[in-house]
Design a protein around this ligand. Sequence first.
Ligand code: RIB
Ligand code: CA
Length: 321
Amino acid sequence: MKLVIDTDTGSDDAVALMLALGNPKVSVELITTVAGNVPLNLATENALATVALMGSKVPVYSGMAKPITRELHTAQNVHGPDGMSGAQIPRTHLKVDGTDGVTQLIEISKKFPGELTLVTLGPLTNIAAALLQDPQMLHRFKDVYMMAGSPEGWGNVTPSAEFNVWCDPESFKIVLNSGKRLIMVGWNISRDAAVIGAEEEAKIRAIGTARAAYVIDINETLAIFCRDITNLPGFDLPDPITVAIAIAPEMIRKSEFVSMDVSCSEEMRGTLIIDRRHTAPAPNVDVVWEADRDMFLNSLYEVCKDSSNPANYIPAQRSGK
Ligand code: RIB
Ligand code: CA
């Protein structure tokens, strides 16, 4: 399968990129970066560093540096100032292929009409900017998977809003109104099926490769945020499970095709509105309600087993762990 990934590369996005780039059944045709978790330059650097770790030559283009109408509020409190927990990832000799990521999304959709699966891992700013230029763009993608939203209303930025939607709700609304059937892997799925607790962390460490160490090292700050703020029994991986589901939709155990809108008001910014009345507008989003945790974890362990280390990543030295 051919994937296009749009990412605001923080630490969980990086693991998502590893799952895609390390899967022999997947050809990642394009990566575009967007401001979100971190400012655009860091999102781009983190993506390039992860692409280098995976030994990939996939084109990487940067896109929008701020939400379509609002100022950028990052999630550096969640992923660390650099988005990667301050891990010593190689950041030299990283070269982005261009800064016209929005145009690249439009162009690649025309190059491979009906063949590409788009996976969005950050705010929908690049996608909305592309739709404003080319309203038919998303219809040229086979499927569109979004890590976005808290469909059941349990937010991670406010009590009811998930970060990717909250960061740029206007862009999310543009995508919702595109006419394309969208697949939402919300933060509910991350909490239910993608939390890396002590047992899973030990299994990853025991793999002993540079890739395994990278997964743990770059998510150290996220683990602290989850412990202290979102009260999860480990660090959760929303973007990786979204990529895993896009690659293997059989992981979906339950979904519902609903009519969805989003609030752009200040008090309810980023809150999703699902309308199940008979008078509701036509459904536009397949909300994933349940996914297979074991299938996800196995895909993560599998990609960590490869002992290659082309970027010469040196795992963090840990006392006692
Ligand atoms: O709310 C989780 C989402 O926000 C993930 O994509 C994470 O990387 C952040 O962008
Ligand atoms: Ca992300």
